[in-house]
Design a binder for this molecule. Structure first.
Ligand SMILES: Nc1ncnc2c1ncn2[C@@H]1O[C@H](COP(=O)(O)OP(=O)(O)OP(=O)(O)O)[C@@H](O)[C@H]1O
Length: 574
């Protein structure tokens, strides 16, 4: 976005000017030679009927259009005149961490930005969020603050770093008229730096708006009306506007809501609209001359150091983990219940030495390697839900991809450890299986592979339902070829690659080796000792260290894939 050069910080006001903006996708011109500006101290509204290109224009101004996509043509200039400035973009959808309170959300935003904690308290007051300060934002399990409070919080989060240019997409969408007025009043005050601190400077605010009430309209200083991607009007909201529509022979009726009137004139989706092309042509207005200095490189917003951002991410992640029953509580309950049932099913198995007991041991180990690992799919929806927050924060420059991935991995460790230890204790001791430490470590590392795989899958799928289907399919295949249903030398040659590729194979082999290698005697006619069982399953030469190394390599591989997908595909550019 827009850069701030501290050395060159000028005191004068700034103005963002856009000219000749054109955006075309195959078969459609979405923005057609638009111009306009947003200047400090003013609220500029971008308005027009649904689908006219408001969000696209805002995305263009925020440099969030993916110009490299095939078939697209994007042109036009954005010029920042006057002081160099830092920009903030508030997207239409609220992407907030549900289990944090309002105060915590702002404190985390302040920590990412390297701003003092007092800045968070200031914003709580400025945005009228004091009564909801200690209330959670809200999750699918727990109702939190209201929609209006969420909107205000989303805006406040982006203002932590005191941007000089604020772009907002539909800041009043879904709000009742009183809340909408409160939000625009706040933005108007920020624009004019009214009642603000002495280091506050005037701010340029540009936002898209739908149907403003008269009270909201009175707070808008300039308006840019669009229709089907074309500029219908840009200028003041009072005499200048009335004058223009008078000249076009569409005078605004006395006492009418001006915005409603203009919107109904230019909305070509319904009958009763004016000849929009005529109005567009009538708006023959020369764009203002723009001084030559251009300041539009990518912005790196002010932020704390990399390690500090990583610590903030870990702190927030642990809070999420401890508060969101869905992430770990439900999974822990599932694993505990299932492990207890396994223990009941295979009670004292270690004391029994018949052939059917060999079968029971192999079965329980296969079941744990296959199904207990499979249950990791439960975490996938949470990764997908968290993605929206990641994209917003990354796009707004709060942190970079590597620290996010590293923090997510660190945060996952205690939960996976807890699940693995609870499950291992509940199964190994009642069933009297061998080698608790290796059994536990195998389950722990395998669950981490599955967790890393889920993170990767969650990053590549459009929706978690697709992710669950994809992960279930791949896990199903892995189970098929891991050496239980058919021992390695019986797997058809065209599927043997699956045996080596499936990480389940290595989990199962370590379990088997750990269980059967120490058993010196079986009573059955088929098996005399554990080594014979291992040979039967083509696992006589298993090297536990090698298999652990393969599992760890899978963790690293999936984490790298996860990082790459986030880096290249979740840029926030549309
Ligand atoms: N990448 C794209 N490819 C194809 N069409 C697009 C693309 N981006 C936007 N559009 C189309 O361009 C038009 C303008 O979209 P935009 O979201 O900017 O409208 P809007 O004015 O913000 O609408 P609303 O008020 O309903 O949110 C829409 O018809 C949309 O479908």
């Amino acid at each position: 976005m827009y850069d701030e050069d501290a050395e060159d910080q000028k005191e004068e006001d700034l103005e963002l000017v856009w000219r000749d903006v054109r955006f075309e996708v195959p078969g459609k011109v979405i923005l057609d030679n638009l111009w306009g500006s947003a200047s400090a101290g003013r609220v500029t509204a971008i308005m027009g009927p649904s689908g006219c290109g408001k969000t696209t224009l805002l995305d263009f101004l925020a440099q969030r259009i993916d110009t490299k996509k095939r078939g697209r043509s994007v042109s036009g200039s954005i010029t920042l005149v006057g002081a160099k400035a830092r920009a903030a973009y508030v997207q239409q959808e609220d992407a907030l961490v549900g289990v944090l309170t309002v105060a915590e959300t702002l404190a985390v935003a302040a920590a990412f930005a390297g701003a003092p904690r007092s800045r968070a308290d200031e914003l709580v007051r400025e945005f009228g969020l004091e009564s909801a300060k200690d209330t959670m934002v809200g999750t699918i399990f727990q109702k939190g603050i209201s929609g209006g409070q969420k909107r205000r919080l989303s805006i406040a989060v982006e203002l932590v770093a005191r941007p000089r240019l604020v772009l907002l997409d539909e800041p009043t969408s879904g709000l009742d008229s009183a809340s909408a007025l409160a939000v625009i009043t706040q933005l108007s005050q920020i624009a004019g730096a009214i009642d603000q601190c002495k280091e506050c400077k005037r701010v340029a605010v540009a936002c898209t708006l739908h149907q403003p009430s008269n009270a909201v309209w009175a707070l808008v200083d300039r308006v840019c009306f669009l229709a089907a991607g074309k500029l219908v009007y840009f200028g003041g909201t009072q005499a200048e506007l009335l004058d223009f529509f008078n000249r076009c022979e569409h005078p605004v009726p006395q006492y009418a809501n001006v915005a409603d009137y203009v919107l109904s004139l230019i909305n070509q989706d319904f009958p009763g609209h004016a000849d929009v092309d005529e109005i567009v042509a009538a708006f023959a207005f020369d764009p203002p001359e723009v001084p030559p200095q251009l300041v539009v490189p990518d912005v790196t917003p002010p932020r704390a150091g990399g390690f500090s951002r990583f610590i903030t991410l870990c702190g927030r992640g642990f809070k999420e983990l401890s508060r969101d029953v869905g992430i770990i509580g439900v999974r822990l309950a599932m694993y505990t219940m299932l492990s207890a049932l396994i223990a009941l099913m295979f009670l004292d198995l270690g004391d029994k030495k018949g052939d059917t007991d060999v079968n029971a041991r192999v079965s329980v180990l296969f079941y744990v390697a296959a199904f207990m690992v499979f249950m990791s799919v439960a975490v996938l929806p949470f990764y997908v839900i968290q993605r929206a927050v990641f994209v917003k924060e990354r796009c707004n420059g709060a942190y970079d991809v590597p620290e996010y991935v590293a923090a997510k991995f660190v945060v996952a460790l205690p939960g996976v450890f807890l699940i693995a230890i609870v499950s291992s204790v509940l199964i190994v001791f009642p069933a009297k299986l061998n080698g608790f430490p290796v059994y536990f470590l195998d389950l722990f590392v395998s669950l981490l592979v599955a967790e890393s795989f889920m993170a990767f899958v969650a990053a590549i799928v459009p929706h978690f339902i697709v992710g669950i289907a994809l992960a279930a399919g791949i896990f199903g295949f892995n189970m098929l070829v891991e050496g239980f249903f058919r021992v390695k030398h019986d797997i058809p040659v065209y599927l043997i690659w699956g045996y080596y590729y499936a990480f389940h194979t290595y989990t199962f082999r370590v379990f088997m080796h750990n269980e059967f290698n120490p058993i010196s005697k079986f009573n059955g006619p088929q098996f005399r000792d554990g080594k014979q069982v291992l040979r039967f399953y083509d696992m006589g030469n298993v090297n536990v260290t090698h298999d652990f190394a393969v599992l760890i390599a899978w963790i690293v591989f999936f984490q790298i894939c996860y990082t790459m997908v986030l880096y290249f595909y979740h840029t926030g550019r549309r």
